[in-house]
Design a protein around this ligand. Structure first.
Ligand code: R1P
Ligand code: URA
Length: 290
């Protein structure tokens, strides 16, 4: 028997669109680009040769169109892993739940997600302007811990080594270590992006070791992160969504990865706040390779 999803669990608007995204099932392409900033959606879709639909609700702006013969949907997620929970679950529902019967479809669709974002660099070899593809993500956000299958999906040995190195504060939720889709990483990162390990944080300031007026619980956090090494892996960057995306996609059998342009060099304490034009190079690479 197929699984049935009650109206309170999968909320469908009166016009047949999904609750937050306002997209209809027929509007979703198999290839999906996710961006944080709603303003980045039109930057991506400006490369499309034709546009099929455009919808917007809250921070979620979506455009489906065609780029070099490929049908692609681009969606903004806003900031944070909590929004990734909404976006990825609703996109999966659009693909794999029948909105008439509210039942899981018999033949499931596999989606491909590539997130294009910005990040803070943590090593000397990733200065501002570097494109980093997150081969692995460490989730400081806790989202995946709420889903069954989390342990099977994650690299538990890496997690244990990281927690030991950090002398992990048990007041914080358990970090989870999750791989991006390997084939997608090879294809999209190719030989001109740095393949790295990304920490996805539940905040921009304290969780990323930025101290403004409130002192940090662990002033040595970032130094310990920069020094950590495991099986040849170093931690390269901070952002706020890659772990939830890689984790949910893996549990749902979709393909996913994140690539980000470094805009803040945390070691040199430099920033490129005027990055909006220069991220176009990353957008073009992803559009060509997705
Ligand atoms: C913080 O400024 C935001 O920038 C990064 C972080 O992940 C967070 O969402 O990504 P985006 O530029 O895609 O939003
Ligand atoms: N996005 C982040 O999450 N952190 C940074 O330092 C820059 C962009």
């Amino acid at each position: 028997m197929s699984k049935y999803f009650a109206p309170s669990e999968l909320i469908i608007n009166q016009d047949g669109s999904v609750f937050h995204l306002h997209l209809h099932p027929e509007h979703l392409a198999d290839k999906v680009i996710l961006v944080g900033d709603p303003g980045r959606v039109s930057q991506v879709s400006s490369h499309f040769e034709s546009i099929e639909c455009e919808v917007s609700n809250r921070e979620f702006k979506s455009v489906t169109g065609v780029y070099k013969g490929k049908r692609i949907t681009v969606v903004s997620t806003g900031i944070g892993c909590d929004n990734i929970d909404i976006v990825v679950n609703e996109l999966d529902a659009l693909a794999n739940i029948d909105f008439e019967t509210r039942e899981e479809k018999e033949n499931l669709r596999q989606l491909t997600f590539v997130r294009i974002g910005t990040c803070g660099g943590l090593q000397e070899y990733v200065p501002t302007g570097t494109y980093i593809a997150s081969e692995k993500s460490i989730g400081f956000d806790g989202l995946l811990n709420f889903y069954a299958g989390r342990n099977e999906a994650c690299d538990l040995e890496f997690e244990a080594a990281f927690k030991k190195h950090m002398n992990w504060n048990e007041l914080l939720c358990t970090p989870y270590v999750i791989d991006a889709d390997k084939e997608l990483i090879e294809r999209v990162a190719a030989d001109d992006m740095v393949k790295g390990v990304t920490i996805a944080c539940g905040g921009f300031f304290g969780p990323q070791g930025r101290e403004l007026r409130i002192p940090l619980a662990d002033p040595n956090q970032n130094k310990k992160i920069e020094d950590f090494e495991y099986n040849g892996y170093r931690i390269t960057n901070f952002e706020m969504e890659s772990s939830a995306l890689a984790g949910l996609a893996k549990l749902m059998n979709h393909k996913a990865m994140t690539c980000c342009m470094v805009i803040a060099n945390r070691r040199a304490k430099e920033v490129n706040a005027n990055y909006k034009n220069s991220i176009d190079g990353l957008i073009e690479r992803v559009l060509d390779r997705i």
